[in-house]
Ligand binder design. Structure first.
Ligand code: ZN
Length: 120
């Protein structure tokens, strides 16, 4: 009597994990595709899939490097990718949560120290 319930609960967790994984992959593909199709703020030419994927990879590497350099801080990763236009070289920011592109400005904070977290 208990075994089918346990199996059902395990199946539910596995299904949720699979769904979460596919959802994250779909979201990343949508972000890259959106960035690839957005016109560059300087030359008005879409940057393309390769440049968009490079911007995403550079962001991930920047996050890993920040975590390596300061493991004592709670890293609040910046919410944009920096993309260099392959046509004119202009750098812009792609805000991947809002799917918007803006002119680049590199002075944003990368991390928030643990002691400044509001919930503790
Ligand atoms: Zn451009």
């Amino acid at each position: 009597m208990v075994l089918p319930i346990i199996i059902a609960i395990i199946a539910l967790f596995v299904s949720f994990g699979v769904w979460l994984n596919f959802s994250a992959q779909r979201s990343q593909r949508r972000q890259v595709q959106t960035l690839a199709e957005l016109p560059c703020p300087a030359c008005n030419t879409p940057c393309g899939t390769e440049a968009a994927e490079q911007a995403r990879q550079a962001h991930l590497e920047r996050c890993r490097e920040a975590r390596r350099q300061r493991p004592d801080v709670l890293v609040n990763f910046v919410r944009y990718w920096v993309i260099a236009c392959p046509h004119c070289g202009n750098e812009a920011r792609f805000h991947f949560q809002t799917l918007r592109l803006s002119h680049s400005n590199h002075d944003a904070p990368v991390a928030i120290e643990k002691s400044k977290r509001p919930d503790r």
